[in-house]
Design a protein around this ligand. Structure first.
Ligand SMILES: C[S@@+](CC[C@H](N)C(=O)[O-])C[C@H]1O[C@@H](n2cnc3c(N)ncnc32)[C@H](O)[C@@H]1O
Length: 318
């Protein structure tokens, strides 16, 4: 259930009553919310008008945000761990419009707490792992068949080609070529200077940036391809990084991620840091950053689950 669609169904008879029953099971929480505030137009169209982005506190008094909000009409719906959809109904039931707030509650707890010095040491050693074997990595991965993941991104993009795609952690640029061949307009991003040089030599636009210090323009991309890269982000920073990715996508843009999965552990192997999460834990981080899951699958295809170490998830930016 997305925020938009949930909002569109807010006051639909029995639907509303059953929602209210569900919502009453959990006590209303007073607190701080951050997210996007919408005003929903009248039924049946319910167009959404965004009226604010930022931090709000609410539900502790009759006047939430200082105006127009009345406590007796607060409802909330859990849309997955970490994400709450809060509806605020002006002046009681039966109104023709209401306010809705997407409240991104605090991120799930990190698996490991790291100091800033530890974080930057992990980034440095992970990137240097790739720098040291850049040529061998290119030779070893240039024929990898990731068409299943490419197709999963492309089929959900919000419009026809050319779409603007960020290939996050693009490495030597194999998939940049694929996106161009499919008629799209990709930009690569990587932290390893050797890979940036290789991908640029292929004629692509590539940004040299650290995943933990991204500097991305707002609403710049229709899709993000994050193939085998976000597992390098410690869970302590994952929510923040995912929100940066959300911000650089247009509303309705698509995020495709493929990560090695595991029993919720973080570890360093050789020089490389990685987090290995279950579908549930991974999803709780991405959902809290404002995405809705479209599809997931395990890779490689056609094998028993224990021989499928990769978890692919495809998300829509709300
Ligand atoms: C396993 S490789 C995947 C490369 C490519 N996406 C592919 O599918 O072949 C991980 C990539 O993430 C990049 N990377 C790792 N940590 C990074 C960081 N902190 N900032 C930017 N890039 C990083 C590496 O340089 C490398 O290109």
């Amino acid at each position: 259930m997305t925020v938009g669609r949930a909002g569109e169904m807010v006051w639909a008879g029995e639907e509303q009553r059953s929602w209210s029953r569900q919502l009453q099971r959990a006590p209303l929480q007073t607190g701080n919310y951050s997210g996007r505030l919408f005003r929903l137009g009248p039924r049946p169209k319910f167009h959404r008008e965004e009226v604010g982005v930022g931090n709000y506190s609410g539900a502790s008094s009759d006047s939430v945000l200082g105006q127009n909000f009345h406590r007796e009409s607060w409802f909330r719906r859990d849309c997955g761990a970490g994400l709450r959809y809060v509806e605020v109904n002006k002046d009681g039931a039966g109104v023709s419009w209401c306010w809705a707030m997407l409240a991104a509650m605090s991120d799930p707890r990190p698996l490991v707490d790291l100091t800033p010095a530890q974080l930057s040491a992990l980034v440095r050693s992970t990137v240097s792992h790739y720098e040291q074997r850049a040529e061998a990595f290119r030779a070893g991965t240039q024929d990898h068949d990731v068409s299943q993941n490419v197709d999963a991104l492309l089929r959900y993009l919000p419009g026809p080609a050319p779409q603007r795609i960020l290939d996050l952690g693009c490495g030597p640029g194999r998939d940049l070529s694929t996106f161009v061949a499919r008629g799209h307009a990709p930009v690569g991003l990587d932290g390893a200077a050797a890979f940036v040089a290789m991908a640029r030599a292929g004629g692509f636009e590539v940004w040299h940036q650290d995943l933990l210090a991204l500097d991305l323009p707002a609403a710049r991309f229709d899709g993000i391809f994050a193939n085998a890269v976000l597992f390098h982000v410690p869970t302590q920073e994952l929510g923040r990084v995912l929100r940066e990715l959300h911000r650089t996508l247009v509303t309705g843009g698509v995020l495709m991620c493929s990560n090695p999965r595991g029993p919720d552990i973080e570890r360093v192997q050789g020089l490389r840091f990685g987090s290995y999460l279950t579908l549930e834990t991974w999803s709780s981080f991405v959902t809290a950053a404002g995405f809705e899951l479209i599809e997931h699958y395990f890779r490689p295809p056609g094998r028993p689950r224990e021989e499928q170490p990769w978890l692919a998830t495809v998300w829509r930016a709300l």
